[in-house]
Design a protein around this ligand. Sequence first.
Ligand code: GAR
Length: 215
Amino acid sequence: MNSISVNILVLVSGGGTNLQALIDAEKAGRFSGGTSGLSGKIVAVVSDRAGVYALERAKLAGIPAFVEALEKTLTKPERRRDLSDRILKICQEQDIGLIIYAGFLSILTGELIEAYAGKMINIHPSLLPKFGGQGMYGERVHQAVLASGEKESGCTVHIVDAGTDTGPILIQRTVPVLAGDTADTLAERIHREEHIAIVDAAIMMVTNILTGGKS
Ligand code: GAR
């Protein structure tokens, strides 16, 4: 049997419930293509901040986890470039084929984006292109949705390009915005859909990478 595997790097910044959904999916055999022998494997986790629970989740699952913090003494563009280059180095060392931003809040640039064009995906907690872009993350997104009076929201998984939340959309899942919702209740409803969307998108990408886009 053929047995090719796509090595997956998951990028995190927080609690890591999306990382957990990916870990659980891999354990349940969902990244394995059955008789075809195709598979995806999470081989590393990178956080841009220390002490977040996502790192503990990686440790519990036996996945090597790295903290690559932003270098505060650099200017913003230099800082992003420096972090991107450090992540690229990890990708090269670990032979990474797919990068998943799972609640990762830094913006990456430079050679990494070119080297992994079409092989990086991001999950965002809104129905993009609405409520995306720089400064729109986490609770801020849900507060903006509530303030705008939208009747529905949801999540989007998209391919990462050089912009922020702008690449081609792979999957969207929708939830209603209910009367009396707070940012927390809306976030919780969307989180449940994110855990489905991120796994479905990862499976889609692994299949696509291994079949050279012919699936
Ligand atoms: C998720 O809701 C994700 O969509 C969001 O951060 C949360 C992380 O949750 N990402 C962004 O806002 C990126 N712009 P998690 O740490 O429990 O997976």
